[in-house]
Ligand binder design. Structure first.
Ligand SMILES: [Zn+2]
Length: 250
């Protein structure tokens, strides 16, 4: 690591574009280029080749040993180009390998209400920690990539369950939480045991979600509905498994 940092000749773009948390590098560079009336090729041309290699890699989060030594220089070049701080970029963009996405992650798009507030109208691909299912600020279920997000306003207990899952992380690792949650979700009965049990069963919640999201034109048949409907039950079971004898509020 004794290599001196080469003097940088990176230009500075006139328009600043803050990254979205977890944003894919190619998405960020594309938005950066568009805001400055440039092509993505023109932006890549003034950055170290690290960026071209990264954006061509299907898994930009992989930290290849050949690329790792150049990562710090790349980060500083991008910070200079965008008039932002290396720390802020490193925190937001998983491509630099320093975000909190070292645990299990999943690909989704950022909450559209969060991005709309910042004037971003297109979907923003992101990698989020796998346990992060919901934008709790806006009550949006962040479905996996290619599936529509769901409005959870009609089922506030799903949002409450995300807060509960976050609290479980104070004493358990993301891996522990994810494995326990996945096992719990599989163990939940697919149908109510009797007609009297229907109002308490997750299928009742499923119907509420489908009805509420129908007005956005969201198809009612994708898996995200089931994952969201089952989520409070799965987190309750996971919490009981992880904290069999809770000493107080978890
Ligand atoms: Zn949001």
């Amino acid at each position: 690591m004794s290599r001196p940092i080469a003097p940088t000749h990176t230009p500075v773009l006139p328009r600043r574009v803050p990254p979205v948390t977890g944003e894919a590098l190619l998405s960020y560079l594309t938005r950066l280029a568009a805001a400055n009336h440039l092509t993505i090729g023109e932006v890549l041309a003034v950055l170290p080749t690290w960026f071209t290699t990264k954006t061509n890699n299907p898994d930009e989060r992989a930290q290849h040993h050949m690329l790792a030594p150049a990562t710090t220089d790349a980060l500083h070049a991008l910070a200079r180009l965008t008039s932002t701080t290396p720390a802020g970029l490193a925190r937001a963009l998983p491509a630099f390998g320093t975000t909190d996405t070292h645990g299990p992650v999943r690909a989704t798009t950022a909450c559209h209400r969060c991005t709309a507030r910042r004037g971003i109208l297109q979907p923003v691909p992101v990698h989020l920690p796998a346990h992060h299912k919901i934008c709790t600020r806006h009550g949006i279920w962040l479905s996996d990539t290619s599936q529509a997000h769901l409005d959870l306003a009609a089922c506030p207990e799903i949002i409450t369950a995300q807060h509960r899952a976050n609290r479980l992380l104070r004493r358990h690792t993301p891996q522990q939480l994810l494995l326990t949650y996945q096992a719990a979700a599989k163990s939940i009965p697919p149908w109510p045991t009797s007609p009297a049990a229907i109002p308490l069963h997750w299928r009742h919640r499923l119907l509420t979600l489908q009805t509420a999201n129908h007005r956005y034109g969201t198809p009612t048949d994708h898996d995200a509905y089931i994952h969201a409907a089952i989520y409070p039950d799965a987190i309750t079971l996971a919490a009981a498994e992880l904290n069999p004898h809770p000493a107080g509020p978890e």
